[in-house]
Each structure stands twice: as C-alpha cells, then as structure tokens.
Design a protein around this ligand. Structure first.
Ligand SMILES: [Zn+2]
Length: 255
C-alpha cells in the first residue's frame, strides 16, 4: 500500500515510509506519529515501565457525548489511558518520560492528562531522574472547563520543583503543540526541541484571526520560533534519539 506525502504528494511505499519514521524521503515532511511509535523511536527496546495506565477520564461536567468520544479514541489509538507516562532507558540512561497522543481528543489536556504529567514530573523529582516530555496537543480539554485550565498551574508548579532539584528537563514539541500545553509544561524545559515544520503556539489560527491584525507568515512554525528564541533547536526525527543521548549524557555529567 502506497502512502501519499502530505507535503509534496509523492507516492511512498509503506515500507520506505515506516523505515524513515514517517518522514517523506523526497521533501522531508514529518507525518504524525502515535505515542507508541514515538516511544519505539526514542527509548531502549523493552525498557518502558508504564505508570498510571489505569487512570481514565470521567465526565465531571456531564458534557454531552464526552464518554462516547473518549471510548472511541481509546479504541482507535489502543491506549489504555490518554497519555503515556512512565520510566524508560535511553541508551541505558534512566529517564522519566511522558508522550502525548493526538488521537485522544486531539492531545488536549484535561484532568487526567494534567494529573499524569504532574505525577510523572513528581516521580522524576523524587527518583532524581531527567525528564523528557514529547508534546502533541490541541490545547486544553474544553469538555472539562476550569478543571482543565487548572492543570496548567499544577503542571507548571511541579516543573519548577523538578528544576529546583537540579534535574534536567528536555521538551520535544511535535506538530502541533498549542494552547495551554505550550503555555505551561511544554515551554518550561531547560532545552526545547521541535520537529521540522511543527506548528507551535498559544492561540491557534482561528483564534488569532479574531484580532484582525496582519501577523507574520509562519509565525507559529518551529522555524520562525527558532529564529525568535522560543525554541533551542529543530531536530530531524531520525536524529532525535541520538541527540537526546548526547544531551542526557551532557546534563547528567553536569549534575
Ligand atoms: Zn514529501
């Protein structure tokens, strides 16, 4: 089965596509990855110990159809919960790792995502581990209202405690990383990496259109943000694991 590149419309064989970690060999377009695929790409085989797998959302505000939407998303992604968190090894170095999956309500952060991110950061602090968070998020979970928004403060607070303990945090922003996730934990790392072409921002294109001002072209793309100092480096997917190994080696030897 051939895949049509979303960047240049080239037909790519499934084998080539998967071998290249879903990056187009012609134009370099980085296609979306699931949390499990990302885990396989980044961590040592068989080293992932998942935490809080049984934590799942309820429907605290009785939002119509919310439970059904979540059940469909779980079935589609194969995830037991909304976001992968746990401990793993990267080239033998233990890390606390969180990986979001866009397939569950667009990777939005509600109470469960916020709680799992928080627990993973607290685990990193208590176990004195470097922290890696890979984000793909549409923002906050509107079906959970204020319960969702408060997760921004909660996750930010534990990021600060992790940093105060002298422990490194590397944030990886994949396409897209938006809204409250960008405005909280995803931007609070010591080192912020992004994939080529990743859309990163606070308000998405529809919200920014409401201010009726001409904004710079591509102002929410990783390349623009690198030029303006919001992120530290753009990293090809094929090089992400080896860069993380180098960065972890550097950070752990510092501490
Ligand atoms: Zn392409």
């Amino acid at each position: 089965m051939a895949i049509t590149c979303q960047g240049c419309s080239t037909e790519i064989s499934e084998e080539t596509f998967l071998e290249a970690y879903k990056v187009c060999p012609e134009c370099g377009y980085h296609h979306p990855m699931t949390a499990y695929e990302r885990l396989e790409l980044l961590v040592d085989e068989g080293s992932f110990d998942e935490h809080d797998a049984g934590l799942y959302s309820t429907n605290p505000l009785d939002f119509p159809d919310y439970e059904e939407q979540l059940a469909r998303d779980y079935a589609k992604t194969g995830l037991k919960s909304e976001i992968l968190t746990g401990e793993a090894k990267i080239d033998g170095q233990s890390v606390a790792i969180t990986i979001s999956d866009f397939g569950v309500r667009g990777g939005t952060m509600g109470a469960v995502v916020g709680e799992k991110v928080t627990r993973n950061i607290e685990y990193a602090t208590q176990s004195r581990l470097p922290l890696i968070i890979v984000s793909r998020s549409g923002g906050m979970r509107m079906q959970e209202g204020t319960l969702s928004l408060m997760q921004m403060a909660k996750t930010s607070a534990v990021c600060v405690k992790h940093a105060e303990a002298g422990l490194p945090y590397i944030s990886v922003m994949a396409d897209p990383t938006f809204g409250g996730s960008t405005a909280s934990y995803a931007s609070l790392a010591h080192i912020i990496l992004a994939e080529p072409g990743a859309r990163i921002g606070f308000a998405g294109p529809l919200a920014t259109a409401s201010i009726k001002q001409q904004l710079p072209e591509n102002f929410q793309k990783a390349e623009f943000l690198l030029e303006h100092g919001m992120i530290d480096r753009i990293v090809q997917r094929s090089e992400m694991r080896s860069l993380l190994i180098d960065l972890l080696d550097f950070c752990v030897n510092l501490s």
